[in-house]
Design a protein around this ligand. Structure first.
Ligand SMILES: O=C(O)CCC(=O)C(=O)O
Ligand SMILES: [Fe+2]
Length: 316
């Protein structure tokens, strides 16, 4: 639940930092689920002779270090979504019980309810981001799931169908997010409209539309999060620390309105008017994504960022 002062702050600043959005057990279960996932990936690389056998007490981070330094694809098998293109029936993705419990956790939904009301759909634009220390990232890596994210508004990375959708982004810290390890930064204040974006290495706002001196960092402790409006400009800082920065970004919109990625599956996370319509089973969530993957694998490519060009007048 948010206090009226927090709701006012969100409406004034376009974002809000909230402590303890998920409980310790929910967070620990998510970590354990990813440990299991990485163990399985690592066992596969090991049996292919690609990685060394590590000591029995090697940690999640030790294994991730090997994967990053060796250039293995660990990211997509971890993500709670499909990539933008080249989707095949074998494209890996992750949908498990702990992540589902996080996405549908009462504390998050109670908070979101204070901002967009009690008919809440889990929007399929959702990602895990486990960002390594920048010094360990291979040259040329530009993906916003691995390195720092350029300035953008979330409304600009949805399809036009969601331009009037009432939506919030819930950015959740699984490890402490600090200025040093690359927490979010935002431009506070209610930005009234879409700022032109350019499709460069990432979809982003060019400097002349967004002077960086307006930026405010939004550090938050593990378990807490940053909630923001889809028009609030934000970016992330570089990870200049020695450790990983782990977050999830989840989105929720008013049920019945377009998610902006309508070819991916959504589900009703909360409904006060019809509680029986809420999805309670993580397997059904996983099944929906698998059916979507099978469908997209044999259909035409959908350009999710088609409204922005790389050579528009704004991109100079
Ligand atoms: O975590 C990041 O680097 C950026 C996340 C972001 O843009 C979002 O959550 O909408
Ligand atoms: Fe974003």
């Amino acid at each position: 639940m948010l206090s009226q002062a927090q709701i006012d702050q969100f409406n004034r600043d376009g974002y809000l930092v909230v402590e303890d959005l998920i409980t310790q057990p929910v967070r620990e279960a998510v970590k354990a689920e990813y440990e299991e996932l990485l163990d399985a990936l690592y066992a596969g690389w090991l049996s292919d002779g690609l990685v060394p056998k590590l000591a029995a007490d090697a940690t999640f981070w030790d294994k991730l270090d090997v994967a990053i330094k060796g250039g293995f694809d660990w990211y997509q098998p971890f993500d709670i979504s499909l990539p933008h293109d080249n989707i095949t029936n074998d494209t890996p993705m992750h949908f498990g019980p702990a992540v589902f419990d996080m996405v549908t956790s009462d504390r998050i939904l109670d908070t979101v309810e204070c901002l967009i009301g009690s008919e809440i759909t889990s929007n399929p634009i959702q990602h895990v981001r486990i960002k390594p220390p920048e010094r360990d990232v291979k040259d040329g890596e530009t993906r916003a799931h691995i390195v720092s994210t350029d300035w953008h508004q979330d409304r600009a990375v949805t399809l036009e169908t969601a331009d009037n959708t009432e939506m919030v982004t819930v950015w959740l810290a699984i490890t402490d997010a600090t200025v040093e390890n690359g927490c979010l930064q935002v431009k506070p204040g209610r930005t009234p409209e879409m700022i032109p974006h350019c499709s460069m290495t990432q979809v982003g706002i060019s400097e002349k539309f967004l002077p960086k001196h307006d930026a405010v960092p939004a550090p938050v402790k593990a378990g807490g999060g940053v909630i923001f409006h889809p028009l609030t400009p934000h970016a992330s800082l570089r990870n200049l620390s020695d450790g990983y920065r782990w977050s999830f970004d989840l989105r929720y919109n008013v049920t019945g309105q377009s998610t902006g990625r309508d070819h991916f599956p959504e589900f009703i996370a909360r409904s006060r008017s019809s509680p029986s319509s809420e999805l309670r089973d993580w397997r059904a969530w996983k099944d929906m994504w698998e059916a979507t993957r099978a469908r997209i694998a044999v259909s035409e490519h959908i350009n999710q960022h088609g409204r922005w060009s790389s050579d528009g007048p704004y991109c100079a």
